[in-house]
Design a protein around this ligand. Structure first.
Ligand SMILES: *Cc1c(COP(=O)(O)O)cnc(C)c1O
Length: 383
């Protein structure tokens, strides 16, 4: 039987045609396509300003920078995330503060976060892990309590409702989406930052392209004989999204709900097929919220007849791809050694790390593919 990969992008003829059209247009870098993608994405999530970038990592960096994060500042975040959430804090000389997670949702434990906040903290960066959002009421109350700006790491959570509104539309300082190849919609590499604050958006637009002030640029481009004029107002970065990537993104955006529907159906098929096994299934979204189903994460309880590693090895033997999201950051050498972190500081995440893994969930899987995974799990874990 052929191998079932852990993830595959869903690129159709419309995406291919859109990319070919851009290639023929002669406009390969940031141009009208990226601008149109920003507008369409902003309309989709109902955000006032959208800034297209070449990755979510760049987007996080731009958002932290625009909010004034600098040396000595702290950014509160879960240990259960990808290193990008934290590394962009270090780019600015600031320090991430890692917080343990809830054992059922893998989302940042807000009472543990309460205890972790110091007067150096200026930002909280929640991660809507796997596509399940951190409930916005509790998140906003936490941020208000400590006077923190919120930068949502929404790499997993497009599109999904959080207490009645799409992630990205709650008015938080910034929400950062990823269009990496494995994410819920893709541009190959790419990301989008949305913000209600026009000044923050302007700063991010300037910094994403060499620190060139677009406002000044635009004023002078009106005068045709000085169209060459621009001013560098900061040592910016090279984080712009290409029109080639945007062409992919614009088509993928029109398919976002079709994709979500398929991933939701796969999750429901897993839920039904795996019920009764000694396996902890993903937490459900509370009433009024959704789940983007970027990942389907399970854990093997201690009383199960097999360990996580045995289960993963058995699936690998049957040609079924799995992954682990995530190795918590407090266990990664750089973060562990830089901040003298030990597993006992994060008891829940340290325990989950031993028991958790992710099953394949992507639109190109057939029902037969899903059933194959379910049967394999019954073979290793069933009585
Ligand atoms: C994928 C991911 C990122 C980084 O996204 P890129 O677009 O690859 O930079 C950030 N945070 C989380 C939680 C992710 O899973």
């Amino acid at each position: 039987m052929s191998n079932l990969p852990f993830a595959l992008p869903d690129i159709g003829e419309a995406e291919i045609a859109a990319v070919v059209e851009v290639l023929r247009s002669g406009w390969l870098t940031t141009g009208p396509g990226a601008l149109a993608f920003e507008t369409e994405f902003g309309d989709f999530v109902k955000a006032r300003n959208s800034v297209a970038v070449n990755s979510a990592t760049s987007g996080l960096h731009l958002a932290y920078e625009a909010l004034g994060v600098g040396p000595g500042d702290q950014v509160i975040m879960p240990t259960w995330t990808f290193t990008a959430t934290a590394e962009a804090v270090r780019y600015l000389g600031a320090d991430p503060v890692f917080v343990d997670v809830d054992p059922h949702t893998y989302l940042m434990d807000l009472s543990a976060a309460d205890a972790a906040v110091t007067d150096r903290a200026s930002i909280v960066a929640p991660v809507h892990f796997a596509g399940l959002p951190v409930p916005d009421g509790a998140l906003s109350a936490f941020a208000d309590r400590h006077d923190l700006a919120v930068v949502e790491d929404a790499a997993h959570s497009f599109p999904t409702l959080n207490e009645g509104r799409l992630v990205g539309s709650h008015g938080h300082a910034a929400t950062v989406f990823s269009f990496y190849a494995t994410k819920t919609i893709t541009t190959g590499e790419g990301g989008m930052v949305v913000t209600p604050d026009p000044d923050l958006a302007a700063r991010m637009r300037t910094m994403r392209l060499h620190g060139i002030s677009r406002d000044i640029f635009n004023r002078y481009t009106d005068v045709s004989q000085r169209s060459w004029f621009y001013e560098v107002v900061a040592p910016g970065y090279k984080y712009n999204m290409t029109d080639v990537a945007a062409a992919l993104g614009r088509v993928q955006l029109t398919r976002a709900y079709e994709f979500l529907e398929r991933r939701t159906a796969i999750a429901a098929r897993y839920d039904a097929g795996l019920a009764g096994l000694p396996l902890t299934l993903p937490a459900r979204a509370p009433e009024g919220s959704g789940h983007a189903w970027h990942l389907y994460v399970v854990s093997v309880p201690s009383e199960a007849p097999r360990s996580r590693d045995q289960v993963v090895d058995a699936l690998t033997e049957k040609g079924i791809g799995t992954s682990l999201h995530f190795i918590p950051l407090h266990l990664q050498p750089y973060w562990r050694d830089t901040y003298s972190l030990v597993p006992e500081m994060f008891p829940v995440a340290s325990d989950l790390y031993e028991r958790t893994f992710s099953l394949p969930i992507y639109t190109r899987m057939t029902d037969a593919d899903v059933d194959r995974v379910i049967e394999a799990l019954w073979t290793v874990l069933g009585r």
